[in-house]
Write a new protein. Sequence first.
Length: 455
Amino acid sequence: MKIPPMRWGAVGAAICVAVAPAPAASERSPVIESFQLEPARLCYGDPVRYRLSYTRLAGGLAAVKEVEMAASPPRPGRAPLDLGILRPDRDELARHGAASGSLASGVRFWRPDENAPPGGADIQVRVKLVLGRGAEVSASAAVRYEDACPPPPLLATLAGGETGRVGFETVTPTNTEFLTGSAGGKPVVIWGHLALAAARAGRMPAVILLPGSEGIGRREARWAEELNALGIAALVVDSLTGRDLQGATAGLHTGAIIVDAYRALALLATHPRIDPARIALMGFSRGGVVTLFSSLTRFHRMYGPAGVRFAAHLPFYPGCHVTYLDEEQVTDRPIRIFHGTADDWTPIGPCREYAQRLRRAGRDVRLRELPGAPHAFDDPSLPARQPWPEAVNPSRCFFLELAGGQLVNRETGRPLEPGDPCFSRGATVGYRADAHHRAIREVRDLLAAIFKLAR
């Protein structure tokens, strides 16, 4: 949910001026007057916001060179927690050019780089603004970092108009169970964060957002803000925390998250403020793979809810390395793939080929190519270029589905395994503002047309 900017009252016509001694140098120095996190009790994956008030900052926050966010270590002898995920976006800072003012952040999701110790820990979250000529100002806020929090109540319906964190049941099938449509899979409760568009009356359209392998972060929260501003509700799905995972490992296959997406669709369609005929799916990286292949009519027939379908599929930089049976039998709803040409983790080439096969089959598919954009180009929490040397890279892998729910390496015929020699190590991610803003414009135009929104 987007926090509106603060409004300042108009200055009165009559101003009284009092003569006073010149302030001391320290009184003229820039300061952070207050810094507060909300809530003050944090669990992994929680939505969190912060408020920061400052004064005497030449050029305001727009002139800040760098913002650092860190927390005291929850365990003695450990390094401080790097909380780059909480840093304000550059365009958030750019809106605050006055020398004094306040910033109310958009939603982030609490995702530090380690778990809290048993029983939780009290930590200090510190923000530091790096100014020109080496100057800096900082402030801190005390919060409770919990090691375990109860899941939200399990909901079979949203008929009560629930928002915020909503829990629902899904299953975790193996790849074979998913592909064969068997009744297998361990039941589990996962959840999502639902934000309605505040300015829209009556039933509104919605988009379900699926994160990548690393879990929900600033990227998903930022897209939710953009959608809310357009008059569209947003449900960010967390497939990991309820499964006690901090990353989508080999133990959580794409098929399981496809089931999650269909379960989220079924739940969201029951909300009295949501139009069930206008719910789209949008995902990033691993979530983009799910968004793309959840369009297969075979998978919807096996796992999708009766009477409701996704109005559109918007995958961002998915991997197109698996050829499923009946892969050309997809929905008649629009599929729009957004992909950077400089992606070395999930290269654009296989997605070009798949999109061409679908178009030849008469499907409504388009690939939006973003020149020079790397993987995760729309994640404003990232630097312009960041190597991830330990990332498992599937760019040389191509797999086929065989009858009986088996995935095999196309070149060797061997079953898909995490240790397949086709996997390599190392990938590059990075934020590209131009590609991000272009994608925002195109998504806005696309959804406005699909959802028939007044502009």
